[in-house]
Design a protein around this ligand. Structure first.
Ligand code: COA
Length: 257
């Protein structure tokens, strides 16, 4: 499938999906959502891809759902659109590789919701993040009322969603929504540096760590810790566990699967 609204790139284990409708600030329409899903399927089928980066062309990551499409919506169409976006969020979470949201500019509404379905968010210091849907008379529909409160707590999530205000990257970092902030002029370079370092790590440990955190998050502490014990034990089914220890003791770089 050739893409009209996204760019797909893969180099040395790092795949990058770039949202690419810069004249609409990369607003998500049906076509972009469908191409994005296709690209995620491509990532999940390719064992050479060890890390996925999401970013946007120009001054935006994604400035939300394309507001133009709302004009055609009745409740059933709105439900189908939101359900399709949710499916995409779950696809991102289910990928057994690290997924980084490289928020280069506006991550608003559906844009922030897609970013929150990634494993973590890096932001350029010029980025703006928010859930402005209530300014349009609607509410977040791609996971914003659920993932945001899980990331920053209920009170802050409500303040952001009810006011619809846009946060600067620095504030988003203080709230724990963004993991790290880099200067805009070296932003992609810094993100790629981290992505390449993750691509050099063992697939098994990264996938197990991601799954243990995600699956344990909604469990009670005892069951979550039991899940961790089993995941820790399973790491030893891979040669990576002994290779990591041996390489450390032999003072050399490990060679992971
Ligand atoms: N859907 C459709 N078009 C959008 C869009 C969206 N979510 N966000 C931006 N655009 C379009 C604008 O309409 C404008 O089109 P035009 O050039 O034909 O007028 C173009 O992208 C550039 O945006 P503009 O508003 O001129 O840029 P700005 O720098 O003044 O403001 C934003 C940037 C992001 C603050 C502003 O565009 C905005 O508020 N966008 C909507 C964000 C939103 O509510 N998202 C949630 C949707 S549920």
């Amino acid at each position: 499938m050739s893409y009209q609204t996204i760019l797909f790139d893969h180099e040395a284990g790092v795949a990058t999906i770039t949202f690419n409708r810069p004249d609409r600030l990369n607003a998500l329409n049906h076509e972009m959502l469908s191409e994005f899903k296709d690209a995620l399927n491509r990532v999940s089928r390719d064992p050479e891809i060890r890390v996925l980066l999401l970013t946007g062309t120009g001054r935006s990551f994604i400035a939300g759902a394309d507001i133009q499409v709302f004009l055609e919506f009745d409740p059933l169409a709105a439900q189908a659109f939101a359900a399709s976006a949710h499916e995409t969020g779950f696809k991102l979470e289910a990928l057994p590789i690290p997924v980084i949201a490289a928020v280069n500019g506006f991550a608003l509404g559906g844009g922030l919701e897609m970013a929150m379905a990634c494993d973590f968010i890096y932001a350029a210091d010029t980025a703006r993040l928010g859930q402005p849907e209530t300014n349009l008379g609607i509410i977040p529909g791609f996971g914003g009322t659920q993932r945001l409160s899980r990331l920053v707590g209920k009170g802050v999530a409500k303040e952001m969603v009810l006011t619809g205000r846009l946060l600067e990257a620095a504030e988003a970092k203080t709230l724990g929504l963004v993991a790290r902030v880099f200067p805009a002029d070296t932003f992609m370079e810094e993100c790629l540096k981290v992505a390449r370092s993750l691509a050099a790590k063992g697939r098994v440990s990264l996938s197990a760590a991601k799954a243990a955190i995600d699956r344990g998050f909604d469990l009670d502490l005892r069951n979550a810790c039991l899940l961790e014990v089993d995941s820790f034990a399973l790491c030893f089914a891979s040669p990576d566990a002994h290779e990591g220890a041996r390489a450390f003791l032999e003072k050399r770089q490990p060679k992971f699967l």
